[in-house]
Design a protein around this ligand. Structure first.
Ligand code: PGD
Length: 777
């Protein structure tokens, strides 16, 4: 930035996962952030940008962990408790290049874990995962990861049930609000539709549309049935009947609804015959013919605490009007998370409404900003990642299992994966100390490897647990191009700020490493970062042009700040083409039909995911044996005041904390039973770990349920103690690290059993957003 730029104020367009905005910079400081003028419902998350970016927790210089510098690579229990030594870029690059060379030569490329899951920032070129994957591919590949933490169980089960194309229609497209508002009479929302979740979208959006759509639905009198232990899972203005069911029992309620439909002959037999396979096997189970246990409303009441009469009435209503059955992502982020998704499809099939306008099954309303919106299926600027010659991979949520089991195996979707011996972990653009479960166990696993490398703009717990920390710029410190998925905007992401210290773009770091390792030409193709941004835009412009969608040349686009793309489709309903012509548009399942019984899954022989959807008792729920010790069911959902752990130090996120600690919502009866008052500091614990939090008393959740959102930066009271409690309130010290099932191995962080006690005396201090201690070499 020029000196002139420092003394004058200027305003530039930009894009983030939480919306498009205009940033105003004066004297080198960010002074204002205004949402895009087209945004009907901007989010307060934008406020975090203001003071969250130019924050003291930024990584300013490359830093090497003292113990690694002194003793070299190798397992080390001091990881996470050690001091750091700041070095200059040439030294950091030389050290890391030498270590990459060593690991490749001694152990092979598969011993580098570069799965590096995470959201990072929204630009199309400076997308951190694309950068690290491209770099690692250039140097011979790495062990990679598949699926995601958001929707891991659904991503694996749905292709077995509705094929790859049907899965795409459900996960990437959904049923449009246009069709719902026009045709739907009843929405049965398992897990609700909470606008806080669609305030963010991977890659960003210019217009937040969920809240206006829900308001319009309310205005038109659309009726909602909310199944959730938390009332907040639908906004208060939506008229809804709230069923505060026992967490983890949605599948049982769905089975009971199915039982009513089948025993009262309200199901659509013609639909089942023509569009599905395996209905007889599932219905035999529903009636109790296979296991001697009929899935009656009374049976479901004994599990879910939802009155049998209410289940019966609801089944009758569902059969009498156009009904959308919606299942949120959160329900599948649990043990046996495949079941509510599969059973939701099955219930919609029994009603015979799949593919009819506004009817059938929906997944991810509110969990994803694009669900319900018109489609914008245009090519987007994309950095090619090259080819990975290494075949070994894991489902991303199995990182601890991978590190703990060199040479071991993992069941996954009918395969047995061989696990390599990981020596070097390379993370860029993610925060496993935010997103992973059972953090104490993860910490121990991470201590086994030789070297941990992290690129991040911030001293997150992940950076603190690394050996080599390389400071990244944040999105406002570099030029990039954004492309929204749900509303068709191309946004010029104009550099507005100088980075702190000597932080620099991940691209520049990888280019330097590539030079040291002899793959500079391959990695950079001779382009600077700015040339790449122009090149990707222009390449995409050509692709758009070929499809009859002209956009301006790069310079004009940059000057204008944005370009708009037209919708490619609207008013759609998921699986409507299959419904209209099942032979012409068969699903990609073995039968071409919806599989209510899957011979494929049955053939895998898994005990925790069978041939048809089923009630499988969770490991952790309030009617299970573990509840005798840990009687409160904690829901660790997405936070309302930040995106995951990002900008946790920003003002909107900080304002939600109580004396610096994360709020935990509790029912007043549960608080009274433990002598806990509103606002008091509590200790939340189980046998995996503990954290401190501040109690907020509310009747907007079911008794015996507590709610502590994710995203508070993991802050061990004593970093040297492997079982240290987190002073700040990160629920992932409590959650179990266990896959959804042997089928999907998805993240199960949403539910965990805990006990809570009042803290007598002084609670430990909390100061989570600071750099670690530095020493000289
Ligand atoms: P973020 O906080 O977004 O979390 O997990 P994820 O790891 O994506 O982390 C992104 C990191 O990227 C931040 O540290 C940020 O500073 C960094 N970053 C930003 N820009 C850049 C850049 O340009 N370069 C580099 N190098 N770094 C950058 C999210 C995951 O958490 C998700 S998606 C879900 S859905 C899961 N949800 C749950 C849950 O419901 N319950 C529990 N208990 N746990 C969960 N974890 C999962």
């Amino acid at each position: 930035m020029s000196d002139e730029g420092r003394t004058t104020s200027r305003t530039v367009p930009h894009l983030s996962h939480w919306g498009a905005f205009q940033a105003t910079v004066s004297d080198g400081r960010l002074v204002a952030v205004e949402p895009h003028p087209h945004d009907p419902a901007p989010t307060k998350l934008l406020d975090n940008v203001l003071d969250g970016i130019q924050h003291e927790a930024r990584v300013r210089r490359p830093a090497i962990r003292k113990g690694w510098l002194d003793r070299g690579p190798g397992p080390d229990p001091r990881r996470g408790a050690d001091e750091f030594v700041e070095v200059d870029w040439p030294e950091a690059v030389a050290l890391l290049a030498a270590e990459l060379r060593r690991v490749r030569e001694e152990h092979g490329n598969e011993s580098i874990y570069g799965g590096s899951y995470g959201w990072a920032s929204a630009g199309r070129f400076h997308h951190a995962q694309s950068q690290v994957h491209r770099f690692l591919n250039c140097i011979g590949g790495y062990t990679f990861s598949v699926n995601d933490y958001s929707d891991g169980a659904a991503e694996v089960i749905l292709p077995h049930v509705v094929g790859a194309r049907g899965t795409g229609e459900i996960i990437w497209q959904g049923t449009s609000w246009e069709a719902i508002l026009e045709h739907t009479g009843l929405v049965v929302a398992f897990g609700g539709m909470n606008p806080k979740n669609s305030a963010v979208s991977s890659g960003g959006m210019a217009r937040h549309m969920l809240a206006p759509s829900l308001a319009e639905a309310a205005r038109r009198g659309l009726r909602f049935e909310l199944f959730s232990p938390l009332r907040a899972d639908l906004p208060p203005e939506v008229e809804a009947t709230w069923h505060p069911i026992v967490p983890g029992t949605d599948t049982a309620v769905m089975l009971a609804l199915a039982h009513v439909l089948v025993t009262e002959d309200l199901h659509d037999r013609e639909f089942l015959d023509r569009f599905c396979v395996g209905a007889d096997r599932l219905l035999a189970y529903v009636r109790g013919e296979t296991d001697g246990l009929a899935k009656t409303p009374e049976w479901a009441e004994s599990l879910s605490a939802m009155a049998a009469g209410t289940i019966r009435d609801l089944a009758h209503r569902m059969a009498s009007e156009r009904t959308l059955i919606s299942v949120s992502y959160s329900l599948q982020r649990t043990r046996h998370g495949e079941q509510p998704v599969w059973m939701g499809v099955a219930l919609a099939a029994l009603l015979g409404q799949i593919g009819l306008p506004g009817g059938g099954f929906g997944h991810g309303f509110a969990s994803s900003a694009w669900i319900g919106e018109p489609l914008f299926r245009h090519p987007r600027p994309t950095l090619p990642q090259g080819t990975n010659p290494v075949a070994s991979f894991i489902p991303c949520a199995q990182i601890t299992h991978l590190l703990e089991n060199p040479g071991g195996t993992l069941d996954y979707d009918g395969r047995v994966l061989d696990l390599p011996d990981i020596r070097l972990v390379y993370w860029c653009g993610g925060n496993p100390f935010h997103h992973h479960q059972d953090l104490n166990r993860f910490r121990r696993a991470l201590q086994r490897v030789d070297t941990v490398v992290v690129h991040d703009p911030f001293w997150t717990a992940t950076a603190r647990h690394a050996d080599i920390v390389l400071p990244s710029t944040v999105t406002l410190e570099r030029d990039d191009v954004g492309a929204t998925q749900s509303d068709g905007y191309l946004i010029a992401m104009v550099r507005a700020l100088d980075p702190p210290g000597v932080a620099r773009d991940d691209y520049e770091t990888f280019a330097d490493l590539a030079k040291e390792l002899g793959v500079w030409d391959e990695f950079t193709e001779g382009r600077t970062a700015r040339q790449w941004v122009e090149h990707l835009y222009e390449e995409n412009r050509r692709r758009l042009d070929a499809g009859g969608v002209p956009v301006p040349p790069f310079d004009d686009f940059w000057e204008a700040g944005e370009a708009r793309l037209p919708p490619t489709r609207g008013g759609h309903t998921a699986l409507e083409r299959f419904r209209s012509d099942p032979d012409g548009h068969p699903l990609g399942t073995p039968s071409g039909r919806i599989e209510l019984f899957s011979e494929t899954i049955d053939g895998f022989g898994y005990d925790d995911c069978r041939g048809h959807p089923a009630w499988l008792e969770p490991d952790e729920w309030i009617l299970g044996p573990r509840a005798a010790r840990y009687p409160l069911h904690l829901i660790a959902n997405q936070p309302a005041t930040r995106l995951h752990s990002q900008l946790d130090g920003g003002r909107h996120s900080r304002a939600s904390k109580i004396a610096g600690r994360e709020p935990i919502r509790m029912h007043p009866d549960d608080a009274a039973a433990r002598g806990i008052g509103d606002g008091e500091v509590v200790r939340v614990f189980n046998d995996r770990g503990a954290c401190y939090a501040a109690a907020v008393l509310t009747r907007e959740l079911r008794p015996q349920v507590v709610n502590l959102s994710t995203g508070a930066w993991f802050t061990p009271v004593d970093p040297g103690d492997p079982r240290s409690p987190c002073a700040h309130g990160n629920p992932n010290v409590l959650t179990a690290d266990r896959g959804s099932s042997r089928l999907a191995q998805g993240c199960t962080g949403q539910h965990v059993l805990v006990e809570i006690e009042r803290v007598e005396g002084e609670p430990p201090p909390v100061d989570p957003h600071r750099p670690p201690p530095f020493v000289r070499a």
